[in-house]
Ligand binder design. Structure first.
Ligand SMILES: [Zn+2]
Length: 127
């Protein structure tokens, strides 16, 4: 791992900034915490000033791809709505729920860095 990636990895000690899963040594993403909104047509971005090391956090591929270029609060609402859309759209989900395999809660989506008292984009330090 090069020095820049190592510094990003160290912000969480190898956890996904959002879901908290252990990151694999290969295949984790450096996410722009505040989205830079890259243009699909030519790879340029709407907010090049946010393309800094301070704004990059370690993320698992699923979180990074799912967050895409959404601001955090928009993404939180999307995740919060997944139970609703699963109930609406997935026969398998509804059936699994009916058989007691799934128990819904009304917990609020809380990201790993929020539970661990990290400030936005600031390195995580162990006590
Ligand atoms: Zn994740």
């Amino acid at each position: 791992m090069n020095k820049k990636r190592q510094a990003i990895w160290d912000k969480s000690g190898g956890k996904c900034w959002y879901c908290g899963s252990d990151l694999p040594e290969k295949g984790w993403h450096a996410d722009h915490f505040e989205p830079i909104q890259r243009n699909w047509w030519d790879g340029t971005c709407e907010h090049p000033e946010l393309d800094t090391e301070d704004n990059k956090v370690p993320a698992c591929a699923s979180c990074n791809l799912n967050k895409h270029s959404m601001p955090l609060e928009s993404w939180r609402k999307i995740i919060q709505g997944y139970v609703f859309s699963l109930n609406r759209d997935s026969t398998q989900y509804r059936l699994a729920k009916r058989y007691g395999l799934i128990q819904e809660t009304d917990v609020k989506v809380t990201f790993w860095f929020e539970k661990h008292g990290c400030e936005e984009g600031k390195p995580f330090s162990e006590e």
